[in-house]
Design a protein around this ligand. Structure first.
Ligand SMILES: [Zn+2]
Length: 138
């Protein structure tokens, strides 16, 4: 059985950046961290789903990204407080916040769009027959 024919769970498909409809085709062209620009495919290379559902569709990913960065910053600052023994130096927290904000921005960019596509888009769900579509000879 080829790797592309294995059926993934929704969580596995999201973690691997796969299409929400067929869970086979990739959403992004390259890795999250690298020297190249993060670029999405316009349509799924496997089932042909158009990722940008309507003009401006990915603006909604900003709200997802906002929620993610707030959760990350609160976690990092609480961890800093606990690990540093309760320091009150604001520069420590500012440094940690900048490090987390800049370091995780490629991750947040990618996964805010993936979360939007997989769980926050009405009418877009997994269709098993779409997974098998591309594996058949044409
Ligand atoms: Zn697809």
């Amino acid at each position: 059985m080829k790797d592309s024919q294995k059926e993934l769970t929704a969580l596995q498909a999201a973690a691997q950046g796969r299409c929400p409809r067929c869970r086979t085709g990739h959403i992004f062209t390259g890795p999250a961290y690298g020297l190249t620009r993060q670029k999405m495919y316009e349509t799924c290379p496997h089932c042909g789903l158009r990722y940008e559902r309507e003009p401006g569709y990915f603006y909604v990913a900003m709200f997802v990204s906002y929620g993610m960065i707030v959760a990350e910053l609160v976690t990092a600052c609480v961890a800093t407080y606990v690990l540093s023994g309760g320091t009150e130096n604001p520069w420590v927290y500012l440094g940690v916040a900048l490090l987390i904000g800049v370091g995780l921005s490629p991750f947040n960019f990618r996964y805010s769009r993936i979360v939007l596509l997989h769980w926050l888009t009405p009418g877009l769900s997994y269709q098993r027959e779409m997974m098998q579509k591309g594996s058949e000879p044409q």
